[in-house]
Each structure stands twice: as C-alpha cells, then as structure tokens.
Ligand binder design. Structure first.
Ligand SMILES: Nc1ncnc2c1ncn2[C@@H]1O[C@H](COP(=O)(O)OP(=O)(O)OP(=O)(O)O)[C@@H](O)[C@H]1O
Length: 313
C-alpha cells in the first residue's frame, strides 16, 4: 500500500566522528507544506540528502510515498523532486537543453521532454533566458532553473533545500504561490529555509532540527508559548512620550517598557494576553496605530529552542 508523504524514524548519519544527524523522526504529510528549520550545521542538508536517496543513513527508516529510498532508490527518485541549495548544472547547456536532458533522464520521449521544458520555463519565469547557458545565470536564475529541474517529472513529493536564497521579491512570491498550489493538489512539500518570516507565510507546519535531532512536539509547543515581545506604535506621538500612557494603561513600570525607534515593546505571554492588553489600551483612550508581534511564531520558537537546554531535544 502506498502511504503518501514523507516519514523518517530514528534516522542517523555520521561523517567520521561528526554526528551530522543523530536522531531524526518526522512526518511531512501529503497536501501540506512542511518547513525544516534549524541553525547552521543542524543537519538539515544531510537529512534532505538521505530523504532524496542520495546519501545512505547509518540507521533508521525513511519512506517517500511509501517507498524506501535505501532499498529502492530508483523508485524513490521517480516519486521525488529534489532541489539542492546550489545548482550542480551542466554549465554549457542552455536552460532549455538542461530541462530537456533532465526530462530524457526521466524517460520522457524527445517531444514530451521539449513540451515539458517549455511549460516549466514559463512556470519559473525564465522565458527570456531559455537559450542562455546555465553558467551565465545569476544565483536567483540558477535557483529558478533548479526548481524547474526538480519538477520535470511532475513528482508527488518535493524536497527543497533553501529554495528562496538568491530570489528577488517577486520570485519569492511566485515560489510561495507555486508551493501552495502543489500542496492544494495533494503533493508533499518539505522545504528548508533560514528566512523564517518567509517560511511562516508558506508552511502549514514546521519540524525543528537542533544539533542533528528533531525537537519533540511538546518542547516546540512549550517554546511557542513562552513570552514574546509585541510592537506598539501610537499615532501622532514619538515612542518615548507615548511609553508613559502605554505603561499606565497596562499597569507596568515605564522603566521596564523599552522603546525601539518609533515603537514601544511590551512582552505578553500569549495572544490572549496581548488581546487583553490591546483592549486596555483602547479603553484608556491610547491612539494605537499598530499592534503586532515583534517576531513571527517560527522565529520566536527557533530563538527559544536555541536558548533552552543548549538546544538539545
Ligand atoms: N560530507 C561531510 N563530511 C564531513 N562533515 C559533514 C559532511 N556534510 C556535513 N557535515 C557536517 O555535518 C553537520 C551538519 O551539516 P548540514 O550541512 O547537514 O547542516 P545544515 O543544517 O544543512 O546547515 P546550514 O543551515 O548551515 O546549511 C555539520 O557539522 C557539517 O560540518
């Protein structure tokens, strides 16, 4: 029976004495975009390489849409699209030739490979560069080609390592739309990125990897619930002047209410507490122009995990 999505249980991989991945257990369901988040050197790329069947795990089990990439790498590769963080393209082939060649490697006949290349060139916005050699592409253009290449065989599972790096704002918005469309079509998307604010806008859920191990759901939930700062901006008043009425309305000592450029920072323990704070400010007649969490949930959780228990799961 085919199980959609990606599962990994107790996966490990060392390079000599370096334990790059020491204990990863995760599930990325079909029909969703799952983020893979962790600090530099946490083991994300090593893990993605194992999921992509390009590196053998020392221990543990992996399933890509039900297929074991260790015992049946060919079947796994037919099910997954892999976008590495750096494009290892054939430098003298053009964009179109690269995609046609990739299609041929996936057993498309020549005509089908050409049709597929043209569709993908349009989809990733490389129309004007179809005849350009891969070596002359900018970093962002290479990223687009890497994405197109991962999609050649229309795989149900997509593994993307830092796909947004080097992309301009429009290309990032396009990428978000594309990933959401994939998820809506029932595909599985696992994406690593350091740009957490951006990841936040595209993922349904996130898996945190710290020091080679996935962080348990209870620890992630606890980290997410810890106090975090909110930015408050008051209409028509500079932040220093406005800090006093804000502190009074919230029952705080003004000396404990920091100011950051035009904003006042106040820590709340939860969204419910923040909502209550906003109610009090409005009730006290404070002209609130902006009231927003200073860090997104992913960033907040990431920072919290990095500062507790040495980040160990
Ligand atoms: N081929 C290799 N040989 C030796 N050590 C390696 C190898 N590949 C990775 N490592 C080590 O394994 C650890 C995890 O590396 P990995 O590239 O998986 O981390 P990452 O989470 O992707 O990091 P980043 O966010 O910086 O890209 C690092 O300490 C790295 O130095």
């Amino acid at each position: 029976m085919t199980t959609p999505g990606i599962t990994a249980v107790g996966v490990r991989r060392s390079f000599g004495s370096v334990q790059a991945v020491r204990d990863v257990t995760l599930e990325a369901p079909a029909g969703a975009v799952t983020g893979l988040v962790g600090p530099n050197g946490a083991g994300k790329t090593t893990l993605l390489l194992m999921l992509a069947s390009l590196l053998a795990p020392d221990a543990g089990t992996i399933r890509i849409a039900g297929v074991d990439p260790v015992t049946d790498p060919a079947a796994a590769r037919s099910l997954l699209g892999w976008m590495p963080d750096a494009l290892g393209a054939w430098p003298s082939l053009t964009v179109r030739e690269t995609l046609v060649m990739t299609g041929r490697l996936y057993d498309l006949d020549d005509a089908a490979a050409r049709r597929r290349a043209d569709v993908l060139i349009a989809e990733v916005g490389l129309d004007g560069l179809a005849g350009a050699a891969a070596r002359v592409l900018s970093r962002g253009q290479k990223q687009r080609l890497g994405l197109a290449r991962a999609l050649v065989h229309d795989p149900p599972v997509l593994l993307l390592d830092e796909p947004a790096s080097g992309l301009d704002p429009q290309a990032r918005i396009d990428l978000r739309g594309l990933l959401r469309r994939f998820a809506a079509a029932g595909k599985t998307v696992l994406i690593s990125s350091h740009v957490l604010a951006e990841l936040e806008e595209v993922v349904d859920d996130a898996v945190f990897v710290v020091a080679g191990a996935t962080v348990g759901a209870d620890r992630v939930a606890a980290a997410a619930e810890r106090e975090r700062p909110w930015r408050i901006r008051i209409a028509g008043q500079d932040a220093r002047t406005a800090a006093l009425p804000v502190a009074q309305a919230l029952g705080l000592d003004v000396a404990l209410v920091p100011v950051d450029r035009r904003d006042i920072l106040v820590a709340f323990r939860s969204e419910a507490e923040a909502a209550e704070g906003l109610r009090r400010l409005i009730g006290a007649g404070v002209a609130v122009a902006e009231f927003t969490a200073a860090t997104g949930m992913l960033e907040h959780t990431f920072l919290d995990l990095g500062t507790t228990e040495g980040g160990r799961a």
